[in-house]
Design a protein around this ligand. Structure first.
Ligand code: HEM
Length: 484
């Protein structure tokens, strides 16, 4: 372990508390945008289409960005206080860039009605009228600022780990594949961080190229780019970003769970094989977003299906097994940390399973662009990543003291599960995704089903928000007090 001095640890703690508080403020605001969308789809509210789509854009980009940034900040804290030297000042610089990008995006969506959706699909992303002219520029520049922040932050962490553990091959755990046990132990968090952030950096660079091409086209309308290349670039970026947010959170799950179970959770051959497979296949999993693009070579569609299975299954299975070994007959008190981890694992498995179902070509033909798609990634994020983030925040606020979960936490879980169920039922009824309302859908029964599910979902979102409010009272108090 790294023998950091206490002042340095305190500085890192202040930095991560700033990330935590920012997340705690932004998250319910972004949930509220989701609530407005469902109320509109449930015909309780009447938003005009442009307002709906600008809220959807801000909600999607905001959630993906806030969760990734928070996960990066949390992971940086765990690594800096245990394994490798990270600069606090640089951490604040990254934080400043993320705030700048977030403010820009918010202004573009709320004031300039930028409404391209979170995928910013070319050429919709730069189409005149998709937002005010200035808002298109501001949204693209803000996203570039966010991308630069993430590349810098991720590179800083991977570089520091590489310096500490002896380079890329050591971080990938290849020394575990020989016959003898390696002398220098590699913590799982270092392996998982590398497996997530290296493909992440590549995808952010692809995103930067995509955004720069969009900006060029926006300034010079006679330019045109190949939409298929653009789609590949943006999905490599967007899919990988969301995918690795989960893996970053899994990093601290491996690191902190043993403090509650009092059992080791170490790197071994199986863990190395599983996460190395993830490193490779994560790069190609996004192909499943292109099944409907008939111009894409057919072989790549098949490759996409195989890569989707192989990127998701080994890491999930090895982690589920590891967590099972951690808790099976362990004398643990079911405090908030292990409970949140267990629920997060279930959300990851259920959302991951629904994703694998949807990445199966034969099924995708039916479920494509139905509410099944938001159902699976919302499960993965809301009942997977979010419980892992809450576990971390409670760890930050209470250390490894055995704090019982408040009823606010259970309200959050029930609200999330109910809200997600309505997405799944909508998907199974072929209710289309990204419709601001379903009144114009001319299929018997579908409009009624869509709006009814949306109305019920809104009730569950209110329960979730109430749960957050209850959780926040003690969480905020302890976060700020412990920091002091
Ligand atoms: C209770 C919390 C949440 C609510 C109520 C909510 C609600 C919604 C709704 C209603 C939509 C539009 C669905 C459609 O008709 O296609 C949506 C889309 C989306 N949400 Fe959420 N959501 C929540 C949490 C999250 C989280 C945690 C993430 C994290 C990544 C997220 C990311 C997205 C994205 C990326 C889209 C797609 C936007 C697009 O298609 O451009 N949401 N959400």
């Amino acid at each position: 372990m790294l023998a950091s001095d206490t002042t340095e640890i305190k500085k890192h703690k202040t930095l991560v508390t700033v990330w935590a508080v920012t997340f705690l403020i932004l998250f319910p605001l972004l949930v509220t945008l989701g609530l407005l969308m469902r109320l509109n789809q449930g015909e309780v509210l009447k938003l005009n289409a442009m307002t709906f789509y600008s809220l959807m854009t801000l909600h999607g980009l905001g959630m993906a960005g806030v969760l990734f940034s928070t996960a990066l900040g949390a992971l940086g804290y765990v690594i800096a206080t245990r394994y490798a030297r990270l600069s606090v000042l640089f951490g604040y610089f990254i934080y400043g860039l993320v705030v700048l990008g977030t403010v820009g995006l918010t202004a573009a969506a709320l004031l300039g009605k930028y409404a391209a959706g979170w995928y910013l699909l070319y050429p919709i992303s730069v189409q005149p009228g998709i937002g005010a002219n200035w808002a298109i520029t501001l949204a693209l520049v803000s996203l570039i600022v966010l991308g630069v922040a993430w590349v810098l932050g991720a590179t800083h962490i991977v570089y520091a780990l590489g310096k500490r553990f002896g380079g890329f091959s050591k971080l990938m755990g290849w020394q575990y594949l020989g016959k003898t046990e390696p002398k220098d132990e590699l913590p799982s968090i270092a392996l998982i961080t590398t497996v997530s952030l290296v493909p992440g950096i590549l995808s952010f660079l692809a995103g930067a190229v995509y955004l720069a091409m969009n900006l060029m086209q926006h300034f010079e309308g006679t330019l045109a780019f190949d939409p298929l290349i653009q789609k590949n670039l943006v999905f490599f970026f967007g899919h990988t970003l969301v995918n690795i947010t989960m893996y970053l959170a899994v990093g601290w799950v491996y690191e902190l769970t043993p403090e509650f179970t009092h059992r080791d959770w170490k790197v071994n051959k199986a863990v190395v094989y599983a996460w190395n497979a993830t490193f490779f296949f994560i790069i190609f999993a996004y192909f499943h977003h292109l099944y409907m693009d008939f111009a894409q070579p057919t072989a790549l569609h098949y490759a996409g299906q195989i890569a989707s299975y192989l990127s998701a299954i080994p890491s999930t299975v090895v982690t589920m097994f590891g967590l099972g070994v951690q808790v099976y007959r362990a004398k643990i008190k079911w405090s908030i940390f292990p409970l949140a981890v267990l629920i997060g694992m279930a959300g990851w498995a259920i959302g991951g399973f629904a994703a694998v179902v949807d990445s199966t070509i034969a099924i995708n033909k039916v479920l494509h662009n139905t509410l099944w798609v938001p159902a699976h990634f919302h499960t993965y994020m809301l009942l997977g990543v979010l419980p892992f983030i809450f576990a971390f925040l409670y760890y930050l606020a209470y250390g490894n003291a055995e704090k019982k979960p408040s009823w606010g936490f259970w309200l959050f879980v029930v609200g999330a599960a109910g809200f997600l169920t309505m997405f799944y039922l909508g998907g199974l009824h072929s209710v289309p995704r990204r419709y601001s309302e379903y009144m114009s859908v001319n299929v018997t029964g579908l409009r009624e089903a869509g709006s009814q599910y949306a109305k019920i979902a809104a009730r569950f979102i209110e329960i979730l928000l109430l749960g957050l409010l209850v959780m926040y009272v003690s969480l905020f108090k302890n976060l700020l007090r412990r920091k002091a």
